[in-house]
Design a protein around this ligand. Structure first.
Ligand SMILES: Cc1ncc(COP(=O)(O)O)c(C=O)c1O
Length: 377
């Protein structure tokens, strides 16, 4: 199989990640739940992973990194834990449902106000819209870094600057950029950076987290056992346990730790360069094929995603043909990005998404181009 669904999850992982998970499953205990070697090993693995993640994303304090089971949980923690009745929040049409649904829910249940920066038919936004939408009660801007449908990249440093110029919090969904685009929270004015471990970071599923700048206090989403301050009736105030109740995924985090080592050894810029090369090759060729529509803006830096349609064929039918006849894995349908499909005019047809990773090769991309050409013919 030629796997081109890396925006959903990366199937091909570094061997070191697999070995680290296996090794951890042989000996780690429950972190912060004992003084025996197994428990201490788990605590060490988790703390080392916090340090590596903090360093990768420019978070000044590793204790401000809280781990979750995926970015959906991270975004729910940030959105539910920061906004109260009467707050106004600005987001964009590029967002995944893991941003939109928590916001819609707070709009309905907690009376927050929501403004959504529109996108044009290429999935591009106008940055001036953020300033225009700011109200006296605006509390935050929440945006993705890269659209999971078009691959368009937002200038998060520019949005962060706007947010901080108006004393607003800036929360970033880095699901599609963590591991393949350099991110520096401090330099980019990001207050909360949410990430998932299983996509561009090449870690195991069931890992993710959020990096929270010092001074930003998030109300806990879940409360429970932490192994510390047991006689308190409420969740401890200190990070990271403030946001981490229950047994940690030490096995998965051992894999994430090895995954960050792999990213650092390979180089985020080198990974991005390779993925861009594959993505550009695919884009250049398929956009010339009669009957193919390509979505998104390819004029600047972006993620390694190309979404297309072939004539008016349903995207699921095309994706099925690619799998059945060519053994090429892609993702059709709506991609949990309802407003982005609205902007592109693809709500009925959906789109066939091709997404590339470090482990894809030029030959695989050439095979995918050939398959699209044959299907289109
Ligand atoms: C932009 C974006 N945000 C959030 C998510 C949710 O990721 P997870 O399922 O790991 O929580 C995805 C996954 O596709 C995504 O692409």
């Amino acid at each position: 199989m030629i796997y081109l669904d890396n925006a959903a999850t990366t199937i091909h992982k570094p061997e070191t990640v697999i070995e680290a998970v296996t090794e951890a499953m042989r000996h780690v205990g429950n972190s912060a739940r004992g003084t025996h070697a197994g428990s201490l090993d788990a605590a060490r693995i988790i703390f080392e992973t916090r340090m590596k993640i903090a360093s990768l994303f420019g978070c000044p304090d590793p204790t401000r990194v809280a781990f979750t089971c995926n970015i959906t949980e991270s975004l729910n923690i940030a959105i539910n834990g920061l906004f109260s009745e009467g707050d106004h929040v600005i987001t964009t049409m590029l967002e995944h449902n893991s941003v939109l649904r928590p916001l819609y829910r707070l709009e309905k249940e907690r009376g927050i106000e929501l403004s959504i920066v529109p996108a044009d038919e290429n999935g591009c936004i106008c940055y001036d819209d953020f300033e225009k939408m700011i109200r006296p009660n605006t509390r935050a801007i929440v945006t993705t870094h890269i659209s999971n449908l078009t691959g368009n990249m937002l200038d998060i440093a520019r949005i962060g600057k706007i947010a901080h110029a108006h004393d607003l919090l800036y929360i970033v969904d880095a699901a599609q950029s963590a591991g393949n685009i350099p991110i520096d929270m401090a330099a980019m004015d990001i207050d909360v950076l949410c990430f998932t471990g299983h996509k561009g970071l090449y870690g195991p599923q069931g890992t993710g987290g959020l990096c929270v700048m010092p001074g930003v206090q998030i109300r806990p989403f879940k409360v429970g056992g932490t192994g510390v301050q047991t006689y308190l009736k409420k969740q401890p105030e200190d990070m990271p346990v403030r946001l981490e109740a229950g047994t940690m995924n030490a096995h998965g985090l051992a894999g994430l730790s090895a995954a960050v080592d792999f990213i650092n050894e390979t180089g985020v810029e080198e990974i991005h360069r390779h993925e861009m090369e594959l993505m550009q090759l695919f884009y250049r060729e398929v956009k010339e094929i009669d009957g193919v529509t390509v979505y998104g803006d390819f004029s600047g830096d972006r993620g390694a995603i190309v979404s297309i349609n072939i004539r008016d064929y349903d995207s699921s039918e095309v994706s099925d043909c690619l799998m059945q006849d060519y053994e090429i894995a892609t993702r059709p349908g709506a991609h949990c990005a309802p407003l982005m499909h609205e902007a592109l005019g693809t709500t009925d047809q959906g789109a066939v998404r091709f997404s590339f990773s470090w482990f894809n090769t030029k030959d695989e991309v050439l095979d995918a181009i050939k398959a699209v050409r044959e299907l289109s013919e």
